[in-house]
Ligand binder design. Structure first.
Ligand code: HEM
Length: 491
């Protein structure tokens, strides 16, 4: 009897599964193919959609994503369709196509993120929006983060953070430091500085603790089961909102119109004179912290690796920075804004690292209507992905692309071929701050420290941005005084 039930159940189960598979294949072909037939004038881009529903998600996520993109590009050309994470999408590997989506026809494409991620950052954050709300808020964020006046004011504080970060590495056990992990602390502190100016250390610690839980949950499987990483992140998100409310209340009570990002957000009025709600302000603060931390820390980690791997280049960067160090009385005087503007080789090292590492390999948008591009149709609701990394690694625009060569930036890259900070209406408003943060850090690193990478020297980890394997564990030492004499021998 028991056996009979099991067999019957198994039979029913198998039939149901087969029926569901058949139904999904049918729906898939009806939906995808019908779009091909109804758009008679234009055709869908070439490419394979893979299996029903799962599409090519496994191929993309089980391999190095660069291999996935370049194999497709070789086979189908610079625009091809595929099916990722349950969504049909079109990938774009040419500068013209990226410009079309991000700049000239950006009104036809809106930003798109999974709801689970939107919930963690906050639905009112700048990068989820499109249109009026986005453009007025963006102006405010841009003027607060990127105006030369505000950047100049930040140099001394950023420098203090760089000095204390590096100093703390000397006291690490065996001087062994997980570079990426520690640089995340630095980039978080710079983010806090640009949002709040000088913030009470108690608030800072609370924000740091809760934000790191949110950050961990961002790439975890989204579910609300208590104890899971995602659910813990949602709880931490609630606490962050509470802490931010307290900070805002204190600011309002003090009635001081601070010139930092929080001050700008609190004073903001839209065209109809309406202020932002507390929730909108919190979402945008968390959004900026999110955009600022892992990005800058990943790029700086790569810079340390590239310089370590090319000792000749490192010596040349040291020579450039030692001139400034000597000018500043061996680091006794603070760096000036003007000095940060005259570090040509270091600046080129940063640009080449941004190209080489291309930590934001691509971005996502969604077509808000059927869009025609170059004889193809991109149907409404489909995702589009401009592939920054592919463009940055295309030998047509960057000869010998796997070779780390800062001198290639002696000539400006062709337009729309270099987009480490994106392009168009959603391009990064923190780009100048990020560069300043990196320049100041490199100045102190190369003039006063030596480092040696420990363990594996190759390999990339995706978390989600690419970083050197295990976050680049390294040992750091303070340079001896003899080192200064190597650069400036006494007469
Ligand atoms: C090396 C470091 C950084 C890199 C490589 C980077 C890269 C990018 C890219 C590629 C985008 C555009 C994404 C898209 O089009 O979908 C972006 C947007 C953004 N970034 Fe950055 N970023 C960096 C640092 C920063 C910093 C330090 C801040 C703030 C302090 C920041 C704030 C933002 C914000 C708020 C946006 C959204 C802009 C919008 O939607 O209008 N970023 N970033």
């Amino acid at each position: 009897m028991e056996i009979y039930i099991v067999v019957t159940c198994n039979f029913a189960y198998t039939t149901t599964i087969l029926f569901l598979i058949f139904l999904s294949i049918l729906i898939y072909y009806l939906v995808i193919k019908s779009q091909n037939y109804t758009k008679s004038k234009y055709k869908l881009p070439p490419g394979s959609m893979g299996w029903p529903f799962i599409g090519q998600t496994l191929q993309l996520y089980s391999h190095d994503p660069n291999t996935f993109f370049s194999t497709k590009q070789k086979r189908y050309g610079e625009i091809f369709k595929t099916h990722i994470l349950g969504c049909p999408c079109v990938m774009l590997g040419s500068p013209e196509a990226a410009k079309f989506v991000l700049v000239t026809h950006s009104h036809l494409f809106k930003p798109t993120y999974p709801k689970s991620k939107e919930k963690l950052i906050g639905p009112s954050a700048l990068f989820f929006h499109h249109g009026e709300y986005h453009s007025s808020l963006r102006k405010l964020v841009q003027s607060s983060l990127a105006s030369p006046y505000n950047l100049q004011k930040r140099v001394a504080d950023v420098e203090a953070l760089a000095i204390s970060t590096l100093h703390s590495w000397l006291t690490a056990q065996d001087q062994l430091v997980n570079t990426f992990h520690h640089l995340k602390k630095y980039s978080f502190d710079v983010g806090i500085l640009s949002i709040f100016g000088h913030l009470d250390s108690n608030y800072k610690d609370q924000l740091k603790e809760n934000y790191s839980i949110v950050n961990k949950g961002y790439n975890s499987f989204p579910n609300n089961v208590p104890g899971t990483t995602y659910q813990k992140a949602l709880m931490a998100r609630k606490r962050l909102k509470q802490i931010l409310s307290e900070i805002m209340l204190e600011r309002e009570e003090k009635k001081i119109a601070d010139k930092d990002l929080l001050g700008h957000l609190l004073n903001f009025k839209d065209g109809k004179g309406k202020a932002l709600t507390r929730d909108q302000i919190s979402d945008n603060i968390i959004g900026v912290l999110f955009a600022a931390q892992d990005t800058t820390a990943s790029v700086l980690t790569w810079i340390l690796k590239y310089l370590h791997d090319d000792q000749k280049l490192l010596q040349a960067v040291k020579a450039e920075q030692m001139v400034i160090y000597q000018e500043n009385d061996e680091g006794k005087k603070p760096l000036t804004w003007k000095q940060t503007r005259s570090m040509p080789l270091t600046h080129k090292v940063i640009l080449e690292s941004l190209r080489m590492a291309s930590i934001i390999s691509f971005t996502f948008r969604e077509a808000v209507t059927d869009v025609e591009y170059n004889g193809y149709i991109i149907p409404k609701g489909w995702k589009v992905m401009p592939l920054f990394r592919n463009i940055h690694h295309n030998p047509q625009f960057f000869p010998d692309p796997q070779n780390f060569d800062p001198s290639r930036f002696e000539v400006p890259p062709k337009s729309n071929t270099f987009m480490p900070f994106g392009n168009g209406v959603h391009s990064c408003p923190g780009n100048e701050l990020a560069k300043l943060e990196m320049l100041v850090f490199i100045h102190h690193l190369v003039t006063q420290y030596r480092w040696e990478v420990v363990g594996s020297q190759s390999g990339i980890q995706y978390g989600p941005f690419p970083v050197p394997q295990n976050g680049l564990p390294a040992r750091f030492w303070k340079e001896s005084n003899n080192f200064i004499q190597d650069f400036f021998p006494p007469n």
